[in-house]
Write a protein that binds this ligand. Structure first.
Ligand SMILES: Nc1ncnc2c1ncn2[C@@H]1O[C@H](COP(=O)(O)OP(=O)(O)OP(=O)(O)O)[C@@H](O)[C@H]1O
Length: 602
């Protein structure tokens, strides 16, 4: 690292932190700065008054008894006492202001991290680099920006105090200044070196730390509790976890040991320097070249200067550490989504006319070698129910992800009424779809909220929520829950209620039905429903979706046959298309699948 970089990059970090602290809490930022300045002023005043007090006491002692006036001494004692009290009160208030400031700034930085986390492209989740960056940003902690300001203020305060004490020291003998430096500088160098070393080591072991956290989560979360017991994975995972933690601990201890040896060496240099000077001053005093007062003052002041020096070093190394860790937060905040809003901001059509078209669309996942979709041509007309069928891994879900603009095609384009979907405003565009993915979410919230999450930007009336639940076939079991639509779901919080997988799927469907979208996309929507519920659902499906267009993925051909048009996918390509009757007549893949499924029912 070049010398200019070492100095410039902390300054650059500081220039980014100050606006964050300012935006996080203006009032407390101003107040804590003012209180810190007042604290320094009062601290220095106390030092000055003590020196004045020493002077008047010396003068009083040197006067003969009849002329001696004790009044100035009393005045200085009272004044010093009052100033010391004011200093203590300001110190306490300053800490309070700093704490309030730190809490508000921490909330602000959390908001920024969350905004970035919910807006990054799905593609980021494909790479361990994203998780490492997020983990490091989290490790850096949301208190860092406020901490930087706090450390900076303490550095200024200790620096000013140290300068005052150094002036006093030089007044005893100029040679004491280089000796003081000898007591401070080696410790400073050791600290800064190990701060950097520890930071580099922590960065290197981020993935190992994440791995350990993952194992910890596997062993403690309810999600894996059943399998863990049945497959008796507990001991295996425990050993794996212990190995990782042991490795991390040994690495940490190695650095800690080296740091302790360096600290001992630096402290020894400081102590030897102190005693050599003490010896020198004692010799001078014995020779009558210095006063006994100088010797006493040196012993009092040198220790104070040394501890202030250590304080300055500590603040400097903390600031350096903060600068390094803030870099990790900024690296995360600087991740910019590749899916950007188009400049044309085309309005999504009020009512579909031509419908949706995939035109020779090809797509490969980031970091993947093979194409998941190759030259796909698909059309969904307004009001049409289209089904996608195909073996596992044939590309059905990938096609949906592209339609929802979670990814963009590598080749070809997707259009809506002739307009490339990349020309629509991204947020607005996604609002026109209701989607239920295979791995839909189970939110630890009330039933009402779980459904409302389908259209959170609008305030939704209770009848609309009930209507969505009715269409999804969920209303009747919700009515039986202890607090009906206000029942808290999952066991994560007090009074939580767990649902069956099929009931969760109905809640996910209700969430999709709530939104006034133009297209409903359902990926295996009834995989967990019992045959009766599934039959009922599809028997009146067109009414349930208000005759809107729908794209359905299903492996059950009994479901698929009610679609207006069917695309059959194989290895990322469309290999057959047509109505159910046409495809059965074709005698191809679809016919084979249909015959196999029908065989088991005969
Ligand atoms: N996030 C991903 N990163 C890399 N490759 C992926 C990713 N998701 C899916 N794939 C790959 O893309 C191909 C298509 O997967 P996709 O999920 O679209 O299949 P599918 O037809 O929906 O399968 P299923 O019926 O099992 O749900 C598969 O080869 C799969 O391994």
């Amino acid at each position: 690292m070049s010398k200019t970089h070492i100095f410039l990059s902390p300054l650059r970090t500081l220039s980014r932190i100050l606006p964050i602290v300012w935006a996080g809490s203006r009032k407390w930022s101003v107040l804590s700065t003012l209180l810190m300045l007042l604290e320094v002023a009062l601290g220095l005043t106390v030092l000055y008054l003590l020196k004045q007090l020493a002077d008047v006491v010396t003068e009083l002692v040197s006067q003969d008894g009849s002329n001696a006036h004790a009044a100035p001494v009393l005045w200085y004692v009272v004044l010093t006492g009052i100033t010391s009290l004011a200093f203590l009160a300001t110190h306490a208030m300053s800490n309070l202001a700093k704490e309030a400031n730190a809490l508000l700034v921490a909330e602000y930085i959390d908001q920024k991290i969350h905004s970035r986390a919910v807006s990054v492209d799905l593609a980021f989740y494909e790479s361990p680099h994203y998780f490492d960056t997020l983990e490091r940003a989290r490790e850096a902690g949301n208190q860092r920006p406020a901490q930087v300001i706090g450390n900076l203020m303490l550095l200024i305060r200790s620096g000013l105090m140290l300068s005052g004490v150094m002036l006093l020291i030089v007044s005893i003998h100029w040679l004491l200044l280089p000796v003081l430096m000898l007591a401070i500088v080696p410790a400073a160098v050791a600290r800064l070196y190990f701060t950097r070393h520890l930071y580099d080591w922590q960065r290197r072991r981020t993935q190992m730390e994440r791995h350990a956290s993952y194992l910890d989560w596997l062993m403690t979360s309810d999600m894996h509790a059943k399998e863990l017991r049945l497959y008796q994975l507990g001991d295996y995972l425990k050993d794996h976890y212990a190995n990782l933690r042991g490795h991390i601990r040994r690495g940490r201890m190695k650095i800690n040991k080296r740091r302790t040896y360096a600290d001992i060496a630096a402290e020894s240099i400081a102590t030897i320097a102190f005693f050599v000077v003490l010896l020198y001053l004692a010799w001078r005093t014995s020779q009558g070249k210095s006063s006994a007062g100088d010797l006493v003052l040196f012993m009092l002041i040198f220790q104070r200067a040394q501890s202030l020096g250590q304080e300055v070093i500590q603040r400097l190394s903390r600031l350096y550490e903060d600068h390094l860790y803030m870099g990790l937060i900024f690296r995360f905040l600087d991740m910019s989504p590749a899916m950007v809003d188009s400049h044309s901001h085309r309005q999504f059509p009020e009512k579909l006319v031509e419908g949706i078209r995939f035109e020779s669309v090809s797509f490969r996942y980031p970091h993947a070698n093979n194409f998941a979709l190759c030259e796909i041509d698909v059309r969904i007309k307004p009001g049409q129910i289209v089904a996608l069928v195909g073996a596992n891994g044939s590309g059905k879900t990938s096609l949906i992800k592209l339609l929802c603009r979670l990814y963009d095609p590598i080749e070809g384009r997707i259009t809506i009424d002739g307009v490339d979907i990349r020309d629509f405003d991204l947020e607005g565009y996604r609002r026109y779809f209701s989607v239920v993915f295979q791995d839909y979410s189970h939110y630890a919230a009330t039933v009402r909220e779980n459904i409302h999450f389908g259209d959170i930007n609008h305030s939704i009336s209770m009848p609309s929520i009930e209507m969505a639940a009715l269409k999804a076939g969920a209303h009747s079991f919700i009515e039986d829950l202890p607090a009906r639509y206000d029942t808290q779901l999952t066991r994560m919080f007090d009074n939580g209620q767990e649902l069956s997988i099929g009931q969760w799927q109905k809640i996910a469907l209700a969430r999709a039905f709530l939104r006034e979208s133009q297209l409903i996309i359902l990926d295996e929507p009834t995989s967990s429903l019992d045959p009766g519920a599934e039959f009922e659902f599809f028997d009146t499906f067109r009414e349930r979706i208000n005759h809107r267009a729908a794209l359905i993925i299903s492996h059950r051909l009994s479901t698929v046959r009610m679609a207006d048009y069917i695309y059959v996918m194989d290895k990322g390509k469309i290999c057959e298309k047509g109505t159910h009757e046409e495809l059965v007549g074709l005698g191809g893949i679809y016919h084979g699948m249909f015959m196999k499924q029908a065989y088991h029912y005969r």
